[in-house]
Design a protein around this ligand. Structure first.
Ligand SMILES: [Zn+2]
Length: 107
């Protein structure tokens, strides 16, 4: 793994403004469905701001989530799972879903 400009590589950046958003090391899954198509699940994200908490019904149950926005350009990127109401989905709590179309991979 190469490290420069302060981030272990590769990582994912905002497609709009190149703000670093998440490390490849924190990628959990590439198979989430979002509005624009595919979303990636990350254990952690950085340089993002959270919107207000809301309860949302999804295919696998009800979750308390907050939308996430790029901390630099304000682009809506996806959401963070704050709480899973279904016990079987608790592993998702704290993780981030970011739309694939909103990111570029930086090597
Ligand atoms: Zn941005």
């Amino acid at each position: 793994m190469v490290e420069f400009d302060g981030h272990p590589h590769p990582f994912y950046s905002c497609r709009n403004c190149l703000n670093p958003l998440a490390l490849h090391d924190d990628l959990i899954s590439k198979s989430y469905l979002v509005k624009s198509g595919k979303g990636y699940m990350f254990a952690q994200a950085m340089n993002v701001v959270l919107g207000r908490r809301e309860d949302k019904k999804m295919l696998t149950g009800v979750y308390t989530i907050a939308n996430i926005y790029c901390g630099k350009c304000g682009e809506e990127l996806g959401w963070q799972y704050l709480q899973a109401h279904d016990f079987k989905q608790k592993f998702k709590e704290g993780s981030f879903i970011i739309e694939k179309l909103k990111m570029i991979k930086v090597y």
